[in-house]
Design a binder for this molecule. Structure first.
Ligand code: ATP
Length: 248
């Protein structure tokens, strides 16, 4: 039992959720390593939603509201940490949920589907028939025909650079959540949210509710004004400034 007063309470709780998901087979071994890399960046960022991240979250919410067919991609880490919030976000944007795994096994797909259904998902895509995006015969290019394959906007938390590039090249707006501002995914995505998924998804839900009554023109302006590489530069600057003042 971790005491709430422990200075690393939130981090320790996330570790418990991650190891528990690994024990159940929801998470591949490499999912735990990916979490560790994320933790390190979260530490550098001060374990809170930074100002640049809040800006990216607002742009992402606007892009999701503008989408005709938005899809949220779910992997093992996402299912381990925020299954309920993913379902809530999908409902808020009228979007679909699709399982997409780097280390795909039928067993893991079924386990993640089960977790999402238990958390209220009505439909989970990516469980059976998959197509290759732009006919690229790579496991990183597979997508469900009714989901990511035909989506205009995709939210792909904790994605890998190759897949992000394939999705971008196919003309989709790609939103990612990745604590590493220097990852290929962060640099290649249309909108990168440099924040922990446990904070970013609830913040996205809030931003969607805040922006949902805006006109299409107003939403488009928010998306147009967002510059991804500039946002990443702001995040890196903030990490650097925290050397002098960790309170920043
Ligand atoms: P790329 O190909 O984009 O350079 P990579 O090889 O670093 O990526 P992976 O190890 O597949 O990518 O991805 C894991 C990424 O997810 C890491 O960049 C890590 O910082 C990030 N990450 C891990 N846990 C979280 C979390 N809870 N919230 C947000 N991001 C996270």
């Amino acid at each position: 039992m971790i005491s709430r007063d422990h200075p690393r309470y939130h981090s320790l709780i996330q570790r418990e959720m991650i190891t528990e998901a690994w024990r159940k087979g929801i998470l591949a071994d490499s999912g735990m390593i990916a979490h560790g890399r994320g933790e390190a960046f979260d530490y550098l960022l001060g374990e809170r939603t930074t100002e640049p991240a809040a800006k990216a979250i607002r742009a992402a919410a606007a892009a999701l509201l503008l989408a005709k067919n938005p899809v949220i991609s779910v992997n093992g880490n996402t299912a381990a940490l925020v299954p309920g919030a993913v379902v809530e976000l999908a409902d808020a944007i009228g979007g679909k949920i699709e399982i997409n795994l780097f280390h795909r096994t039928e067993k893991r797909v079924r386990l993640i589907e089960e977790v999402l259904l238990e958390n209220g998902a009505r439909e989970v895509l990516g469980t059976d028939k998959l197509l290759y995006i732009d006919d690229i015969k790579s496991p990183r290019a597979t997508a469900s025909p009714d989901g990511i394959y035909s989506a205009d906007v995709v939210l792909v938390p904790l994605e890998d650079g190759d897949r992000t590039e394939i999705l971008r090249k196919s003309g989709k707006t790609v939103i990612t959540i990745d604590l590493n501002p220097l990852s290929r995914t962060s640099r290649k995505a249309s909108i990168s949210i440099t924040d922990n998924i446990v904070r970013a998804i609830p913040a996205l839900i809030e931003a969607v509710r805040e922006l949902e009554d805006l006109s299409r023109d107003e939403l488009e302006l928010i998306v147009e004004e967002f510059d991804n590489l500039e946002n990443i530069r702001e995040t890196l600057k903030l990490i650097d400034l925290r050397r002098y003042n960790p309170e920043l």
